[in-house]
Design a protein around this ligand. Structure first.
Ligand code: URA
Length: 427
């Protein structure tokens, strides 16, 4: 049977700034997923999209075509409303860990289908795998049962969820076409819509440690994703948040779990608590759970109960000792002053070089590797005070991590103007 469309003709049209119809996009994605359209043709197409953009209806058609490439989960049998969060990724971003149990402790179901880290940003599954015994793979039946019984799940997205995106994302990753708004928005939203959540809050980050460095581009991405979710019948909103400085005082895996447990115990760094509470409030509101005091609830310890049940349900031991690194290296202040800047990208890169992240998908991460920050912007130090501690299993990694930190921070004489963490909310 003759093919319905010709890939070369579609590539040429996109290259020349034209638009693709719904039928053309559905054909392209279906035939790319089954291998008829080759990677070299799709690489040309993604570059044409990167350079020329896509219209709103093209982005919607692309998202729907990627959803249709795989299965859709169905949470309609649950007795609770489902509500989820997606972060576009950052440095020290462990928010899912305290957030999921906090929201679940109010009676909502939180289905967090998460990924692993690549490059300088961390992955939630890598962090949780620091907990001895904890496993990321769950069947759909286990996922549903845990949502009903515990209220929250963090697990790997199955191979059947938007398989077109998995293939396309791997291709974009090696062809310099990740940072295109139509491609990022359709990639993220196809997975979230296929996942079947009723409500979704997007944490869209801007700044040096984020995908989108410029705030206005991050806003455009947030607006595009909110529109896609709304069109698909999901209750969706987005917070635009600053990722110029690492979140919290830990960057890595095991140390980020430790810090999250401090937050669940009512302590932890102010920025992690602020973002956790704001996102929880948003997730609950979209799920129809209103007039609740989220901050007081976090201090009250109910979220910690959910956390412990969640870890046990996925095979982990919530009381087990977390891995510690074989080697550590302290960096101390060479003069008195105030920390005025701590660059998220460079600190993320340093943690990655210490072994906390991976260069290729198949590489393992070193769970105990990373950075503990003794100080954050605005903190005063005296000469000789500890600034941060680097952790690795191999001391030879310290020099390259220290190179990454060269110029990544400043000590000044006056405290910097505090920058708001959450700059806008988009609905
Ligand atoms: N995360 C995704 O899932 N897809 C993208 O394209 C970018 C970030």
């Amino acid at each position: 049977m003759a093919e319905q469309f010709d890939a070369i003709e579609l590539i040429r049209r996109k290259r020349d700034g034209g638009a693709l119809s719904g039928d053309e996009i559905r054909w392209l994605i279906a035939r790319y997923t089954d291998g008829f359209v080759g990677d070299e043709q799709m690489a040309a197409m993604t570059m044409a999209i990167f350079l020329n953009g896509m219209q709103r209806d093209e982005i919607l058609n692309l998202t729907n075509a990627m959803i249709a490439s795989g299965e859709r989960l169905d949470f309609s049998s649950l007795s609770k409303p489902t509500t989820d969060k997606h972060s576009t990724g950052g440095v020290g971003d462990k928010i899912t860990l305290p957030l999921m149990p906090l929201v679940a402790s109010f009676g909502a179901a939180v289905p967090q289908l998460s990924g692993r880290g690549l490059g300088h940003t961390g992955g939630t599954l890598d962090k949780l795998e620091s907990i001895p015994g904890w496993r990321a793979e769950l069947s759909n039946d286990e996922l549903l049962r845990q949502l009903e019984e515990v209220g929250g799940v963090v697990c790997a997205a199955g191979a059947e969820l938007a398989p077109a995106d998995k293939k396309l994302y791997a291709l974009r990753d090696i062809t310099g076409t990740v940072e295109a708004i139509p491609l990022i928005a359709s990639s993220i939203m196809s997975k979230k819509i296929a996942e079947g959540t009723g409500a979704l809050v997007l944490d869209v980050k801007f700044g040096s440690g984020a995908f989108m460095r410029e705030r206005e581009r991050a806003r455009e991405l947030a607006e595009t994703m909110v529109q896609l979710g709304t069109d698909a019948g999901v209750n969706v909103s987005a917070l635009l948040t600053d990722m110029n400085t690492p979140l919290g005082r830990t960057i890595g895996n095991a140390n980020e779990v430790r810090e999250s447990i401090e937050v669940l115990a009512g302590g932890g760094p102010a920025d992690v608590v602020e973002l956790t509470v704001a996102l929880a409030q948003e997730m609950l509101e979209l799920a129809g759970i209103r007039d609740v005091d989220v901050a007081a609830h976090l201090r009250g310890g109910q979220a910690m109960d959910v956390w412990r049940k969640f870890v046990v349900a996925q095979g982990g031991d919530p009381d087990a000792a977390m891995p510690t690194s074989r080697e550590s290296h302290e960096v101390r202040a060479e003069r008195d002053g105030v920390v005025t800047r701590q660059d998220a990208y460079q600190f993320g890169l340093a943690a990655w070089r210490l072994g906390a992240g991976r260069a290729r998908k198949q590489d393992p991460v070193v769970h105990a590797a990373g950075i503990d920050l003794a100080v954050k912007p605005g903190d005063t130090v005296r000469r000789g005070d500890l600034l941060w501690t680097l952790h690795a299993d191999d001391a030879s990694h310290f020099n390259r991590a220290l190179d990454a930190l060269d110029g990544a921070w400043e000590l000044g004489d006056a405290a910097p103007e505090p920058a708001p963490l959450i700059v806008d909310r988009i609905r």
